[in-house]
Design a binder for this molecule. Structure first.
Ligand code: ATP
Ligand code: MG
Length: 870
């Protein structure tokens, strides 16, 4: 059974059990500061479990794109080394939100595996939670009893908290679980040892495929467990591992999708896959795996970059390039070809891959090109360092610098050094790394206290900020957070006029006013479905009704920039084409920033065209057409440009200004005329295939224009014919160029006649041509002259000095055959004492500077003595 069919059967099975199929949430997490990437199917349902949000459907089924490369679930170092962990994988899941519980969850899992997929029952083992003293948790008798009716008792294994108690993070929803393991070993291997003993022992062929989590508890920040309001079912089965079982393979990399990717790697590199634990096999698995993670992340809008989630993606990509470089001798971009293969394989189900295929391929290719260059440069540097270091051990600090500054991985440095019989001080390297980690840990440090409930809250905060900037509200709960040593408070209200940061638009600021207490709001953002208001003043004791006031000037300027962003997007597609898609944006009160897909620099005329279109739309004074709570399909029919994947169940808000139609939760002007004026201030590249425009509107645009005009007026005032300033400036530049040339020519002529004079002044001392003179030339010409004379008048002993107001120089030049006898550096040092300075140089030419021009004559005399005395 092919992977695509396995996925389909899972969805259909649970649909037949009255589950609603929903889409995977994006792999990149937008609204949860505690998570960078989706790492489990339950992430998108977290608020339902916690009771912060009602469930739209009690039973749901899906396949979720997961990425486990950071935070609590990080499998990166396993991937490629073992044969069943991936960075990006699909987690199939069925969900009950306060509906069915353990019995159905277990029975349906069994039915699906044994009757639909027809897995051999004699290969299956299951685990149940044994309980835990510290947390006062009992053995999971209920799950055990259900399993006992389905499977022989000796196939049920009790397991401890580490394996059978699922927790999302340090705090949050959690509960006991029951896992299903499959023994994929050969018959003979199975006959010789009991699979039961291999469960949960990291055996590559006795693996966990499905985890059924019974979500009924919540871990608080003090470590205590409290019951959730309802009990839920959360299951997760790795599609790749299920495919491995159903296709009778010993590794997920031998299943249909990976076989295709590996074939392509073999073809491109000329290397064969199949020795399983060899370095080259690991490298091939790393490549096949990582290209999926990177492609899916880019498709969901996460470009590789130097910070945050983008940096994690860049590191994954680089890990693949590094393995290919070190173990498969790859020197040219190759992953982008794999990306192409992957899109063909998986784009059928995940249409975001097809939609972004050009972008994915282009970005991967450019990242590869640039990192391969880094690698080459790093290798040169290591050669140099290793050449310069005496002994066999290179300092760990140097290796850390290579890693930190050039992104050059330490293990690769080690490999290159070992080829030269050298190594580096790993302890020192680790110590540097640890220091850096501490630095960033400190920077990111946030301690979060438990929520203190002020008013009992069932529902979700209603956002009233589209219609008013001021409203009465109640504080429902608050908690203390400590950020970088500062105490702050997060508050949730029943209703709020404060816009939470999102869709590129900054969060609102302002204040809330209670009787006698004014509490500033210094930021507003979302954590999943909670709207969180940040303040630096404790709201303790404030429980009567209060009024919230949004800082309205900022909000209004921000709205102008937000609407202008939509008009800009529209105009860009008109001018450049429909391949232009939004890839990111920032909307603030002072300016707007818009990132979009486009492959070349915009020409000046294109930028001007865009500005003209946007300003025309502004002058047309188009009214806002806002449609809240529109079903996704209806929005698409209206021609709305969908942004990055939306979450399941989202009703969307459509913002229409004439022909510009977007899905958007941001705040906008009522009529485009309010924007006043729009001006692009810069256009450039941010990543491969992504351009960035910065622009301003309204007051800022006016100030910008006035400043420009002022500069122009000032220039005109300085010019003789202000009617045509650019022609005047061109004329000035041309004449300046001409004058410079003439001056150079004069200098050359002067040096020429000086040279004649110097030649005439030659005295023969001890058979050597001696010249000593004060000249009026700059340093470069002196050097030039000295070098000419050295060649033409050997044997030559030349001393030239300059004297200005408070500055003197001396240059000494010797022709080659005198260098054994004299040393220009030593001579110039001696002479420089007369001009109260110092200097040095080579044995045949040296210079000195000093502050006593009066000493020049004495210096020249002394030079003559030196030669005469020799
Ligand atoms: P393991 O112990 O094998 O790492 P886990 O306990 O971390 O698994 P869960 O968090 O329970 O796994 O996730 C549910 C299911 O997702 C697992 O049973 C497995 O099938 C799949 N899974 C988990 N991690 C990965 C991974 N890195 N690659 C592929 N599949 C995975
Ligand atoms: Mg794991």
């Amino acid at each position: 059974m092919k992977t695509a069919e396995i996925r389909q059967k899972f969805l259909e099975f649970f649909e037949s059990k009255k589950h609603t199929a929903v889409d995977s949430a994006p792999i990149v997490v937008k609204n949860d500061p505690t998570l960078m990437f989706t790492n489990a199917g339950m992430n998108q349902f977290k608020d339902i479990f916690l009771g912060n949000e009602p469930a739209a459907n009690e039973r749901v089924v899906d396949t979720q794109k997961c990425l486990r490369v950071s935070g609590k679930h990080n499998d990166l170092e396993e991937v490629g080394v073992d044969t069943y962990h991936h960075t990006m994988f699909e987690m199939l899941g069925n969900w009950s939100f306060g509906d069915y519980y353990k019995k159905e969850a277990i029975e349906w899992a069994w039915e699906l595996l044994t009757e639909v997929y027809k897995i051999d029952k004699s290969r299956i083992y299951v685990t149940v939670f044994e309980g835990d003293k510290d947390d006062h948790l009992e053995f999971d008798q209920e799950a055990f009893d259900v399993w006992k009716n389905l499977i022989a008792e000796e196939r049920i294994i009790s397991a401890n908290k580490k394996d059978n108690f699922w927790e999302m993070g340090d705090v949050g929803p959690c509960g006991p679980c029951s896992e299903i393991h499959v023994d994929m070993r050969s018959d003979s291997a199975r006959a010789s040892s009991n699979g039961r003993d291999l469960v949960n022992h990291d055996h590559p062929e006795v693996i966990e495929i499905w985890n059924l989590v019974f979500m009924e508890l919540q871990r608080k920040s003090d470590g205590k467990l409290i019951p959730l309001k309802s009990k839920h079912i959360d299951t997760g089965m790795g599609l790749e591992r299920l495919a491995m079982v159903l296709q009778g393979k010993q590794s997920t990399y031998d299943t249909d999708i990976f076989v295709k990717l590996i074939d392509r790697i073999e073809k491109e590199t000329g290397k064969k896959y199949g020795f399983k634990s060899s370095k080259s096999d690991i490298a091939i698995r790393v490549m096949a795996d990582h290209v999926r993670a990177v492609a899916f992340a880019i498709a969901d809008g996460q470009m590789p970059s130097n910070t945050g989630a983008g940096y994690v993606i860049r590191r994954i990509l680089r890990r693949a390039i590094r393995y290919a470089y070190s173990f498969l001798d790859v020197r040219e971009p190759i992953l982008y070809k794999l990306a192409e293969e992957l899109i063909a394989l998986m784009g059928g189900f995940f249409e975001e891959l097809n939609k972004n295929s050009n972008l994915i391929i282009q970005v991967v290719k450019e990242e590869e090109e640039s990192f391969l260059k880094t690698l080459a440069r790093g290798i040169d540097l290591i050669e140099k360092i290793s050449f310069e270091t005496k002994g066999d051990s290179i300092s760990g600090q140097v290796v850390f610098e290579l890693y930190d500054t050039y992104g050059f991985p330490a293990d690769l440095t080690g490999l290159i050094l070992s080829e030269k019989g050298k190594s580096f001080d790993e302890k020192e390297f680790e110590a540097e790394l640890e220091k850096q980690k501490n630095r960033s840990r400190k920077a990111a440090n946030q301690e979060t206290g438990d929520w203190i409930i002020v008013n009992d809250d069932q529902g979700v905060t209603s956002f009233v900020g589209y219609d008013s900037l001021q409203t009465d509200l109640k504080i429902m709960r608050y908690r203390k957070v400590n950020q970088k040593g500062k105490d702050l408070y997060q508050m949730v209200f029943d209703r709020t006029p404060f816009y939470p940061e999102g869709g590129g638009q900054v969060g609102d600021q302002g204040f809330i006013q209670a009787d006698g207490a004014k509490i500033p709001i210094i930021g507003t953002f979302r954590e999943n479905n909670l709207i969180i208001h940040l303040t630096n003043k404790s709201p303790e004791g404030v429980n009567e009704s209060v009024t919230g006031f949004v800082a309205s000037d900022s909000r209004k300027l921000t709205a102008k920039n937000h609407t202008a962003t939509h008009l800009l997007h529209y105009a860009l597609r008109k001018v450049l084409g429909t391949h232009v898609e939004q890839k990111g944006s920032l909307v603030e009160k002072d300016y707007l920033r818009f990132d979009f897909s486009h492959f070349s620099k915009m020409a000046d005329e294109e930028i001007r065209k865009v500005e003209i279109i946007v300003n025309k739309l502004i002058r047309e004074d188009i009214a806002l057409d806002e449609r809240r709570n529109t079903p996704m399909q209806e929005a698409k029919d209206l021609g709305a440009m969908a942004l990055f994947g939306e979450k399941y169940g989202d009703e969307v808000r459509v913002i229409k200004f004439g022909d510009s139609v977007e899905l958007c939760g941001g705040t906008h002007v009522q009529r485009t005329g309010e924007i006043g004026f729009f001006k692009i201030t810069s256009e450039g590249s941010v990543a491969a295939g992504i351009r960035r425009i910065e622009a301003i509107t309204a007051d800022a645009a006016q100030t910008y224009l006035f400043d420009q005009i002022d500069v122009l007026s000032e220039i005109k005032g300085l010019l003789k014919s202000p009617g045509n300033p650019s022609k005047s400036i061109k004329d000035i530049l041309e004449s300046q160029q001409k004058l410079t040339k003439e001056i150079e020519q004069l200098h050359r002529e002067k040096a020429g006649s000086l040279k004649d004079g110097l030649v005439k002044s030659i005295q023969k001392i001890n058979g050597i041509n001696f010249i000593a003179a004060e000249v009026d030339l700059d340093a470069a010409l002196i050097k030039d002259l000295a070098f000419q004379l050295r060649k033409e008048r050997a044997p030559l002993f030349l001393v030239l000095a300059t004297a200005e107001k408070e500055k003197a120089t001396i240059s000494v030049a010797l022709s080659d055959e005198l260098v054994n006898q004299f040393n220009a550096g030593n001579i110039v040092r001696e002479l420089s004492t007369f001009i109260q300075g110092g200097g040095g140089g080579q044995a045949f030419f040296a210079t000195a500077g000093g502050k006593n021009p009066a000493g020049v004559d004495q210096a020249l005399n002394r030079a003559k003595e030196i030669l005469s005395e020799s």
